[in-house]
Ligand binder design. Structure first.
Ligand code: ADP
Length: 609
């Protein structure tokens, strides 16, 4: 039994020596202040069980060794305090108090001596050891709470890292209490064996909490997976501009690896987004990338505190740079982290490229809208003047014309009216784009609007295209902007005639639907292929076939008609078969209450009256 205990005691001592060695190796490799403090603390901590073993082997315990042990023990507590101070800084006063506590505890213990060679009377001997341990627990105990509290304000990876540190301190105290207190006070061998076993089991836990093997940081990162997926989707689909996309990307890059700072530098060396970096640091990085836009060359320049992760961003117009810089709570960066960030960088590059493309398209759209607006405004005046003179010529105000002159003027007048209608369509389209098109809703009888539209078109029609109106007997009065609905209907009836070169009746049928009134315009014309149907309603969307190529038009009529229908809270749909004819159905809600939730444009319209 005693032999087992002895073996265990040596094993525990060896485990602590190994822990100290691992920490020292880490500190030498990384040369960071917190790691150096931690290595000092753990090496000093390992001296305590080692000295205990040496003492046990000596014929008589050496007082000098006891004193070294005391110094190592409290030195370890102070080292841990310094380690913690790198993460959550201590104030000057706190530092002084802690140092005073260490000095006082050392002085007291050295003077009084530890049991069994204590200079105090029997009942007080254990007190010395208790004071020593208490001082140590105060030094080491405080960070447990601090780290835990600080962890609440951090994203998962850093949070887990902070909690890992908190746990590490708790384990240290547990080891001390189990190993020293219980071990020294319990004089029976089985109890001592149990305490040694517990101490031994705690050593790997301590190592895991402080050094964080890759597996552990992978687990922390797994907590982020769902949110990360969502963030990547947002980045790819919803970012309104490059700056927002880059800012989101940088935030996630840092979060993903638990970094303290991160940045994205654009192809031209301009910083696109940064987080946690000083302006000087940003400037240095940006300048270095401008000089050498190559990841290897850039890292060779030593602009950044190491270890940083640097990934090239393959953007459509060149190479950008994504970087993540470690901070005090960052888990160790390794190949896994670099891989993770590398994968993420592809999504970032795709997101940034998509936003750039959307921005360019939006700029083109804006230019198109502006051109439409400008051109139609400029055309409106001359066309009005031409129409005025035409009408004067027709009426003979400017002198009599012979029959063929009159004939020519009539054709020109009809063409000028057509031009005017096109200009009005272009102006309406521009107004719609800019949200300036406003409806004036009032109760209107549906049949009367349809008949007025038919009356407007009839003079342009001919005997081959009789227009028929079918309506229920009841009067249907619904809120609408009568002028706009008339525009929709004249467009539909005009199209029905235009696209029925072989003639055939045009039927306008009014029916009552569920909370809506439907007005269908049906023709027996060329029809539209199913594949082309979705295109009809887009701006300038025309379907060019052998049957329709010669028919004039600019493809704005149906676009406008559907937008106007939707502004009313209704819709316009098409149903057609090639060679058989088409039916365009306008749906209008019967009351304001039936108008579905409006989009921003329509809300503005409604607000505008
Ligand atoms: P436009 O008539 O000026 O070209 P529209 O927006 O009114 O523009 O129509 C878009 C396209 O839809 C037309 O080019 C035509 O190909 C098709 N179209 C519209 N109405 C009909 C119809 N009644 N029958 C067949 N094709 C039609």
């Amino acid at each position: 039994m005693t032999a087992i205990l002895a073996v265990l005691q040596y094993t525990v001592a060896a485990a602590f020596v190994l822990l100290g060695l691992a920490a020292t190796l880490d500190a030498v490799q990384r040369r960071e202040r917190p790691r150096v403090y931690l290595a000092i603390a753990l090496v000093l901590f390992s001296l305590v069980p080692v000295i205990a073993r040496v003492q046990a082997a000596l014929p008589a315990p050496s007082t000098a060794l006891v004193n070294v042990s005391i110094l190592a023990f409290l030195g370890c507590g102070y080292g841990i305090l310094l380690f913690r101070s790198c993460f959550i800084p201590l104030s000057r006063t706190q530092h002084l108090l802690a140092a005073a506590l260490v000095v006082a505890a050392v002085a007291f213990t050295l003077v009084a001596g530890l049991p069994p060679s204590s200079r105090l009377p029997g009942p007080y001997q254990q007190l010395v050891a208790d004071v020593l341990i208490l001082a140590w627990v105060v030094l080491v105990g405080d960070p447990i709470v601090r780290f835990w509290l600080a962890s609440r304000d951090h994203p998962p990876v850093q949070r887990a890292r902070l909690r890992g540190l908190s746990l590490a301190f708790a384990v240290l105290i547990a080891i001390l209490l189990v190993g020293s207190v219980a071990g020294n006070r319990l004089q029976n061998v089985p109890a001592q064996i149990v305490t040694q076993l517990i101490a031994l089991a705690l050593v790997p836990m301590l190592y895991a909490s402080l050094a964080q093997p890759g597996q552990l940081s992978r687990q922390w990162r797994a907590l982020e997976q769902d949110e990360l997926q969502q963030a990547i989707r947002d980045l790819l689909v919803f970012s309104p501009d490059r700056a927002t996309a880059a800012a989101r990307a940088v935030g996630w890059a840092a979060r993903l690896v638990g970094a303290d700072a991160a940045f994205i530098i654009d192809v031209d060396g301009q910083p696109l987004a940064t987080q946690g970096m000083s302006p000087a640091q940003v400037e240095a990085v940006s300048e270095a990338w401008r000089d050498a836009p190559d990841v290897d060359e850039f890292s060779g320049r030593g602009v950044l505190r190491q270890p940083a992760i640097l990934i090239g961003l393959h953007l459509s117009d060149g190479l950008g740079l994504l970087g993540a810089l470690p901070g005090p709570f960052t888990p160790v960066f390794g190949a896994y982290e670099a891989g993770q960030l590398g994968g993420y960088a592809s999504a970032v590059a795709a997101g940034l490229d998509r936003v750039r493309m959307t921005e360019r398209l939006a700029a083109m759209e804006r230019a198109k809208g502006q051109f439409l607006n400008l051109a139609s405004h400029e055309l409106r005046g001359p066309v009005a003047i031409i129409r005025g003179y035409m009408s004067m010529l027709e009426r003979g105000t400017l002198g009599p014309l012979n029959e063929s002159g009159l004939q020519a003027v009539r054709v020109m007048s009809a063409k000028a009216t057509e031009m005017n209608a096109l200009i009005e369509q272009m102006l309406d389209a521009a107004r719609l784009e800019e949200g300036r098109l406003q409806l004036r809703l009032r109760p209107v009888e549906v049949r009367s609007v349809v008949e007025r539209a038919v009356d407007l078109i009839r003079p342009l029609g001919d005997a081959d295209h009789p227009i028929v109106v079918e309506a229920p007997d009841e009067r249907l009065t619904i809120p609408m902007d009568a002028e706009r609905v008339q525009t929709i209907l004249t467009n539909l009836i005009d199209n029905a005639i235009k696209y029925s070169p072989g003639g055939g009746p045009v039927e306008c049928r009014i029916t009552v639907g569920d909370g809506s009134v439907l007005i269908a315009v049906h023709d027996h014309g060329v029809g539209i292929a199913a594949d082309d149907l979705p295109r009809l309603f887009s701006r300038f969307g025309r379907v060019s076939s052998d049957a329709t190529r010669h028919i004039p038009g600019i493809g704005l009529g149906l676009y406008l008609a559907r937008e106007l229908a939707r502004l009313h809270g209704g819709d316009l749909t098409a149903d057609s078969r090639v060679g058989k004819g088409s039916t365009f159905t306008l749906t209008l809600p019967t009351s304001e209450a039936d108008r579905p939730e409006q989009n921003g444009l329509a809300a503005e319209v409604a607000g505008g009256g």
